[in-house]
Design a protein around this ligand. Structure first.
Ligand code: FES
Ligand code: FES
Length: 160
C-alpha cells in the first residue's frame, strides 16, 4: 500500500497530512486526521449528503473525494460557516433553529453546507430550486416542510 503526504487547506487553515493511505477519502481525513467532525459519515456511498463540503466552492460528497486529490484546493466545511463569536449562528443555522428544522441533527451539517452553496449561487431560490438543491440530503427524522421553511427564511423569500 502506498502512503502519501500532502497539504490540505481547510477553512483557511493549512494542514499537513502525513503518511496517509493513497485511497483515504476526504471525509476520513477531515474527521479522523484533522478532527473536524462536522461532516458526518452516513452511507459513505454518495447517497445521503451528510458528508457535504465545498471544494473550491463546489458542493461535493467528501466520502467520494480522494483526500490527496483535494491538495491545493480550498476546502470549506460546516465548521468554517460558523461565525467566530461564540453563541452566534449564521443565517442558515439560525433559520433552522427558528423553524424547528433540526431533530437528531445528523443530517444538519450537510444540509447547512448544501443550502449555503445554493444561496451563494442563487440568493432568491424558488421552492423547486430549494427542493432540487437539498434532494441529495437525506433526513430521516425532521419534516422536510420545516427545512423548506427554514431555507425560505434564510433567503428572505416571502419578505418582499
Ligand atoms: S456519507 Fe457521503 S453521501 Fe453519505
Ligand atoms: S434531523 Fe435527524 S436525520 Fe435529519
Amino acid at each position: 500500500m502506498s502512503d502519501v503526504s500532502f497539504r490540505l487547506r481547510v477553512n483557511g487553515v493549512v494542514h499537513d497530512v502525513c503518511g496517509a493511505w493513497v485511497g483515504e477519502n476526504l471525509l476520513f481525513v477531515l474527521r479522523d486526521r484533522l478532527g473536524l467532525l462536522g461532516a458526518k459519515a452516513g452511507c459513505e456511498q454518495g447517497e445521503c449528503g451528510s458528508c457535504a463540503v465545498l471544494v473550491d466552492g463546489d458542493l461535493v460528497c467528501s466520502c467520494l473525494v480522494l483526500a490527496a486529490s483535494a491538495a491545493g484546493s480550498e476546502i470549506s466545511t460546516v465548521e468554517g460557516l460558523q461565525p467566530s463569536e461564540p453563541g452566534t449562528f449564521n443565517p442558515v443555522q439560525q433559520a433552522f433553529l427558528d423553524h424547528g428544522a433540526v431533530q437528531c441533527g445528523f443530517c444538519t451539517p450537510g444540509l447547512i453546507v448544501s443550502i449555503t452553496s445554493l444561496l451563494d449561487h442563487n440568493p432568491r431560490p424558488t421552492d423547486l430550486e430549494i427542493e432540487e438543491a437539498i434532494s441529495g440530503n437525506l433526513c430521516r427524522c425532521t419534516d422536510y416542510g420545516r427545512i423548506l421553511a427554514a431555507v425560505r427564511a434564510a433567503a428572505g423569500v416571502g419578505r418582499d
